[in-house]
Design a protein around this ligand. Structure first.
Ligand code: NAD
Length: 523
């Protein structure tokens, strides 16, 4: 019998329980049947075609599992299932939807160990980070379970005295949730949490390299009481399955997280049927450290903010701006810190930073570092590929710090999605803000200072959806999250996130006998 999840030899020791496997697999003994399937209408199912996508462990190159390579017909089937489920789910009282979301959170938390193992194996992040990602999915469900049913509407008399209007909210219908590979589970939660709370149903299209945990979570959601078809997961290429979601007239909204370039295509494709849209795109987040900052705190924040998830967060610190007077001390201390970051297989509990997710991604980061070096950047901490033989088969990179970086270098102008940090020295806050804003992106940012006036001044002027003050980037369920400029539009999380899953409906009521008479000629 094959152990489907724990193909790694390091630190796992925890096979998926028989009970969970029964949820996921049709049988244990047959090798063929232990392949992961898509999830449509509450069932694990194959695709119409026979092709598969192999899911590889970024730390070892080993195949973890495979999923069906879905096509347009599979996506259509899932949309039809979601459309049917919408009739049931949207009619449920808010209290019932809230209870199901709470149960989902409970069931997901109860499975955190196995889910996190799967996530680490397919994505590469350390087990602790994977666990916190699974818990964050549960947090989001709990947050929206608490919000739903507690919203207040508006009742307003007409200024003419003829009657009144009320404003109500209606769910949109079927939502296509298109996900990236860097936070496959928490970002699914950012969409299905508010979306289900509002009464919508979903077809989820995970990234081809990270479908496994999402399928498992979706099947647990149905186990927890979600009607079959309310959340479906279709695996397959973005250019096929994703495009079907853009084309399909039954899909009312696309909730997309991914690269800015893909976001532009999503926007274009969604225009055919004027779909609602939220776009959570790339970022090149600035971190500004003033001369009065708590330097030790800021050093910890910079290391955590840049190298968590191997630098592959949309809100990773991607450009560091230091006041001239503290730059030398700060850089020395940060370099010492960065050299202590232990890279390795995410299944090893001692690992601080796992591999880059794919070889292609690793090469992109390397080429950005080379470009910066070619323009005169100095290696404060030299990156590159590690030499340890046990890491040779993974996509590992040593964390890099670069000084004297040209502002026109790719690493300064584009999104660097990996463990390399360019450092810039500025004379004051005004220069830091000007440089921080000199980018097409506007997702996150941070300012580090003990002076509240400085913090407020910077936060008001930095063109980004979030400014953290004395904190590295941490998303919280209650705080709206999203971008300015080419980092996207719309907001996820918070009360604002819920609003993006509703249509606003106005109902105008004329009081009998008070309405104006409708007669021609109009005057
Ligand atoms: P990506 O744009 O390559 O892929 C995202 C998803 O889009 C995948 O599921 C992919 O299959 C799908 N897709 C690709 N082409 C498509 C098409 N033509 N039609 C429909 N779907 C299509 O992004 P990625 O490499 O998976 O993720 C990394 C990027 O995501 C980074 O730029 C990062 O900054 C961004 N990101 C943003 C946020 C945020 O909240 N703003 C959060 C996480 C990641």
């Amino acid at each position: 019998m094959r152990r489907a999840w724990c193909t790694s030899t390091i630190g796992c020791g925890k096979a998926t329980s028989r009970r969970d496997r029964e949820i996921l697999y049709e049988g244990d003994e047959d090798e063929e049947k232990t392949r992961m399937k898509m999830f449509i209408e509450g069932q694990l199912t194959g695709a119409q075609g026979a092709d598969e996508i192999k899911v590889a462990n970024p730390a070892t190159g080993e195949v973890v599992d495979s999923v069906p390579k879905g096509g347009r017909e599979d996506a259509k089937r899932a949309v039809d299932a979601a459309s049917e489920a919408f009739k049931v789910w949207s009619e449920k009282p808010a209290l019932d939807r809230s209870r199901v979301l709470l149960k989902i959170a409970e069931v997901v938390r109860a499975n955190v160990g196995d889910l996190a193992t799967t996530l680490t194996l397919e994505q590469g992040k350390p087990l602790g980070e994977a666990q916190s990602e699974i818990n964050s999915f549960a947090n989001t469900c709990e947050y929206y379970a608490g919000l739903i049913g507690r919203e207040r509407g508006a009742h307003t008399p007409f200024s003419t005295g003829e009657g009144f209007f009320i404003v109500t909210k209606r769910p949109l219908g079927v939502v296509g949730a298109i996900l990236p590979w860097n936070f496959p589970v928490s970002l699914m939660g950012w969409k299905v949490g508010p979306g289900l709370a509002a009464g919508n149903t979903f077809v989820v299209k995970p990234a081809s390299t990270t479908p496994l945990t999402d399928i498992r979570v979706a099947s647990l959601m149905v186990k927890a009481g979600l009607p079959p078809g309310a959340v479906n997961v279709v695996t397959g290429p973005g250019a096929v399955v994703g495009e079907e979601l853009l084309d399909n007239p039954k899909v009312a909204k696309i909730a997309f997280t991914g690269e800015t370039a893909t976001g532009k295509r999503i926007m274009e494709g969604s225009s055919k049927s004027i779909k609602r849209l939220t776009l959570e795109l790339g970022g090149s987040d600035p971190m500004i450290v003033c001369d009065d900052a708590d330097l030790q705190l800021a050093v910890e924040g910079a290391a955590w903010g840049r190298f968590r998830n191997c630098g592959q967060s949309c809100t990773s610190v991607k450009r560091l701006f230091l006041f001239d007077s503290i730059a030398d001390t700060f850089v020395k201390s940060l370099a010492e810190k960065v050299k202590t970051i232990r890279i390795g297989n995410g299944m090893d509990r001692a690992t601080h930073m796992g591999p880059v997710h794919t070889e292609e991604q690793r090469e992109k980061v390397e080429s950005m570092v080379e470009d910066a070096e070619g323009r005169g950047a100095k290696d404060i901490v030299k990156g590159g590929r590690p030499t340890q033989t046990e890491l040779a088969k993974g996509n590992f990179l040593v964390p890099a710090l670069l000084g004297d970086v040209d502002y026109d270098a790719k690493i300064a102008r584009e999104e660097c999605f990996g463990p390399a940090l360019p450092i810039f020295v500025v004379k004051d806050l005004e220069e830091a803000i000007e440089r921080a804003n000199d980018t097409p992106y506007g997702l996150g940012s941070s300012v580090w200072t003990k002076d509240v006036e400085r913090a407020y001044h910077a936060a008001e002027r930095i063109q980004a959806g979030t400014t953290w003050v004395n904190s590295p980037p941490i998303a919280r369920a209650e705080v709206p999250f999203g971008g300015f400029k080419q980092s996207g539009f719309g907001r996820e999380l918070g009360v604002e996130g819920l609003d993006h899953y509703y249509e606003t409906k106005s109902i105008q009521v004329l009081e009998y006998g008070k309405g104006k008479k409708w007669a021609f000629p109009i005057n």
